[in-house]
Design a protein around this ligand. Structure first.
Ligand code: HXC
Length: 511
């Protein structure tokens, strides 16, 4: 073969691979409001940085006439490139080729990417759009899934793993995204469920649509499976880039610093009257967060799920942190099963990836009730306690108002290892709220008037931060206008923190 022909062969192969399932199926994909796998990767990465791996891989199946149907790349596009100039690995299932289904050959491509990402210490992003196991390959496809799951687990806490659901993702296939750190879903065109509507109808006789069962709205509000949702694919891909800007490439790196114009010493006088005098009046904790972080820039995680706790990423003096905050504007900021689980997982992520934790506290306690107790609030609340206690990253805590009972201990208190504990003058730190306390101490002993006085006395005596400060449990009572300055000071003081827990195989978090 002469040289010219050799180059022509290469072009021909590349062209074939890039066509995927062909024009007709690409058109169908577009008509369904979806981009092709290749379009998605190119939009996700910095222009001109994508390097494709295993473009010419084909499946090795000989059943059901599959030996006559081979498409270069086998329905999966994999490789590496850059986001904001930093290396990431990426794979995208190509729905135009056998419905993006998982074959032995394309599972091996994903595993190769996973192993490279682990070895080179760079994040891996998976763009999912697939009919699941390639039925013609049977058990070989299941084996492929298991290999991917295994590598998800081994990579957990070493490199960030991100999943976007951009089409169907059903059956056991859901478990790879579930094992990754963050799941993105796109409204209307993405669906995630273990068993679909037809099986549900047969087994439980329930009627449910795909969208109700496993659409973006369901997973971002009801199940808490999705962390971010976007109105379309472009929005999702942009959000992934945004998330990456807060994360280090691996667990041995510090998160990337961004130059900021927001002065570290900026005072915020409006915070002085943000927390209401009346302890029963709600206010929006998001306002405090937005006013103290760099340039109001907050990337909230799971914004529509368990809204009584806020979690997300922000920067102080250019350095990324994880923020955890009770939200008094929702259920009075109470801790319940869902909010405990939501925050605990986030705290563990931040600890794994060297993101300091800044915790804002206004919590009346744990939510009472049979549904919480029967649902296991004991073990779920313990998750948050466990997560904060084991976290060795710098931990800064600000009590803005209520910090009552066990919830005071849980919310990154001094006792479980916080490094810097601030309180506002409006803080109320006590074993329980005044009314509850008086009911117990003077059960049936006081008339209404006496009770009101006792409540007031209790509030006067205990519902403040001074007892805690006198015991050294609070390091400093700060003027709210200085919150930003104080947090940045705390982060600077703790930036070389060295702390490790005793060596062990792993702890036993109450799952
Ligand atoms: C092989 C499949 C396939 C599959 C889809 N296709 N699913 N091929 N194995 N699992 C093929 C179709 O034959 C079709 O090929 C192309 O993909 C596109 O599919 P359509 O049905 O035309 O697309 P659409 O109408 O958009 O429907 C998409 C779908 C549907 C909702 C995903 O195809 C579907 O329900 N598929 C079956 C899904 C399923 O039951 N998977 C479970 C497998 S078991 P042509 O050539 O016509 O374009 C499993 C267990 C995993 O996943 C366990 C892991 C531990």
């Amino acid at each position: 073969m002469d040289l010219k022909k050799k180059y022509a062969v290469l072009s021909e192969y590349n062209e074939q691979a890039e066509k995927g399932g062909g024009d007709e199926r690409i058109k169908k994909q577009h008509q369904a409001g979806k981009k092709t796998a290749r379009e998605r990767i190119l939009q996700l990465l910095d222009p001109g940085t994508f390097n494709e791996i295993d473009k010419l891989v084909t499946h090795r199946s000989h059943d059901f006439g599959m030996e006559k149907k081979k498409i270069l790349g086998d329905g999966l596009i994999a490789g590496y490139g850059k986001i904001n100039g930093r290396l990431v690995y990426v794979f995208a299932q190509d729905f135009t080729v056998f419905g993006g289904t998982l074959s032995r050959a394309n599972a091996d491509k994903i595993v190769k990417i996973q192993k490279l990402s682990l070895k080179m210490g760079a994040p891996v992003i998976g763009l999912n759009d697939s009919g699941g196991a390639r039925i013609q390959e049977g058990i070989e496809s299941l084996a492929g899934y298991a290999d991917i799951f295994y590598n998800n687990v081994i990579s957990s806490g070493v490199v960030p793993q991100i999943s976007a659901i951009l089409g169907p993702c059903a059956g056991g296939a859901v478990y790879s995204p579930a094992l990754t750190d963050y799941i993105f879903m796109v409204e209307k065109t993405s669906h995630l469920f273990v068993t679909g509507p037809d099986v549900i109808k047969t087994v439980t006789h329930e009627d449910v649509t795909k969208e109700e069962l496993g659409g973006a709205a369901t997973h971002s509000t009801k199940s808490g499976v999705a962390h971010f949702t976007g109105k379309d694919e472009a929005h999702i891909l942009m959000m992934i880039r945004e998330l990456m800007s807060f994360l280090p490439s691996n667990n041995l790196e510090e998160p990337p610093v961004k130059v900021t114009t927001d002065p570290s010493g900026r005072e915020e006088p409006s915070l002085q009257d943000l927390v209401p005098d009346d302890p029963n009046k709600p206010y929006d904790m998001m306002e405090i967060i937005n006013k103290v972080i760099d340039n109001n820039h907050f990337l909230e995680v799971q914004p529509q799920y368990a809204e009584n706790i806020i979690i997300g990423f922000a920067r102080f003096a250019g350095k990324p942190v994880g923020i955890v905050a009770n939200q008094p504007a929702r259920l009075a900021g109470v801790l319940d099963i869902n909010s405990s689980i939501k925050a605990a997982r986030f705290v563990r992520f931040c600890d794994a990836f060297n993101l300091p934790l800044v915790t804002f506290v206004d919590v009346p306690g744990f939510l009472p009730g049979t549904s919480q107790e029967f649902g296991g609030i004991i073990k779920h609340g313990a998750k948050l306690l466990y997560a904060f206690s084991e976290a060795t990253v710098p931990k800064i805590t600000i009590i803005t108002r209520k910090a009552y009972g066990g919830a005071y201990d849980v919310m990154s208190s001094k006792h479980i290892g916080a490094d810097v504990n601030f309180a506002y003058p409006t803080a109320e730190i006590a074993v329980m709220g005044p009314a509850g306390a008086i009911n117990i101490i003077y059960r049936n002993m006081l008339d209404e008037e006496e009770k009101a006085k006792a409540v007031e006395d209790y509030r006067e005596k205990f519902a403040n931060p001074y007892k805690a400060a006198s015991l050294g449990y609070i390091d400093e009572i700060i003027n709210p206008k200085d919150t930003r300055k104080k947090i940045i000071g705390g982060l600077e003081m703790t930036q070389n923190k060295r702390k490790s827990n005793p060596p062990k195989k792993h702890g036993n978090i109450p799952l």
